[in-house]
Write a protein that binds this ligand. Structure first.
Ligand SMILES: [Zn+2]
Ligand SMILES: [Zn+2]
Length: 277
């Protein structure tokens, strides 16, 4: 009996020490990422670069698809010419007050964002937060608080962090604006969003987000943060919930924005214009 207890004790001790080792290893990675980010090597081309706080070298930075011009003045997406609005916004005005993004979701920006989301480049959040603050300034925006697009509790547990929340918190630290958890994602939409049209996406998202704040948000100007905007349906549903609580403005600020799809309507037989695909 005693011997058995002894063996169990040793096994328990062994698994405890293994767990401790794993924790220490994980801790070391976090410490390394915090204090010794790969600041001398460009995140994109892996060439050496000066330690200037920017994770990419000057050449790669110049190639990044910044959305400083040719962007939609309603949703912030790339429009490709000098039109004021993208195709989507020309047809349907988004429910949020205005949207803006730092980058178009392509090239180096897409690679950096994926690296950050996968948890391999968590330290990038600091630089991303600075770029987001800069973009809000360029738009001439002001807000009373920051909030972020939430994940379901299950997804957050699985991923270990909500990338949008981390960006909002980093922005809060730098600007002094309060970061309020105004939204909760209580369930995933019943159908996968990918295959759905904009209208179907909005319908599919109904009831997925709630605003748990007991008080009303009367007159508040809210800066809603997310990592990437695709059709904007998620942000629109979040805005709808916040406006229902009487928010005055919901400004959507995302790191990246995908290019709106150009819809090609099949012409009638015999009407196909020259150079048509
Ligand atoms: Zn580079
Ligand atoms: Zn637009």
């Amino acid at each position: 009996m005693n011997e058995k207890q002894g063996t169990n004790g040793t096994e328990k001790g062994k698994s405890r020490s293994e767990r401790l080792k794993k924790c220490l290893k994980r801790g070391m990675i976090v410490l390394q990422e915090t204090f010794f980010p790969t600041d001398y090597v460009c995140e994109l081309c892996r060439r050496e670069k000066p330690s200037d706080g920017c994770p990419v070298c000057l050449r790669c930075r110049e190639d990044l698809p910044f959305l400083k011009e040719n962007y939609c003045h309603r949703c912030g997406a790339y429009v490709g010419d000098e039109s004021d609005f993208c195709n989507n916004c020309a047809e349907h005005t988004p429910l949020f007050t205005q949207g803006a993004s730092v980058f178009s979701y392509e090239g180096g920006a897409k690679r950096l964002l994926l690296k950050y989301k996968e948890g391999r480049g968590r330290y990038l959040a600091d630089w991303f937060a600075e770029l987001l603050i800069e973009r809000a300034g360029e738009m001439g925006w002001s807000a009373d608080c920051l909030t972020y697009v939430p994940m379901t509790a299950k997804k957050r547990r699985r991923r270990g962090f909500n990338q949008a929340e981390v960006l909002a918190r980093k922005m809060g630290e730098r600007t002094g604006l309060p970061v309020l958890p105004l939204l909760e994602k209580v369930k995933d939409p019943p159908h996968a969003q990918k295959e759905l049209s904009k209208e179907e996406r909005l319908e599919n998202l109904k009831g997925c987000f709630v605003c748990p704040a007991g008080e009303s948000l009367k007159g508040m100007r809210i800066l809603l943060i997310d990592d990437v905007k695709t059709t904007g349906a998620t942000a629109e549903e979040c805005a709808r919930v916040l406006f229902k609580k009487r928010a005055a403005e919901v400004l959507l600020l995302t790191l990246c924005s995908t290019r709106p799809k150009i819809t090609w309507e099949e012409p009638e037989e015999g009407e196909k214009p020259e150079n048509a695909p």
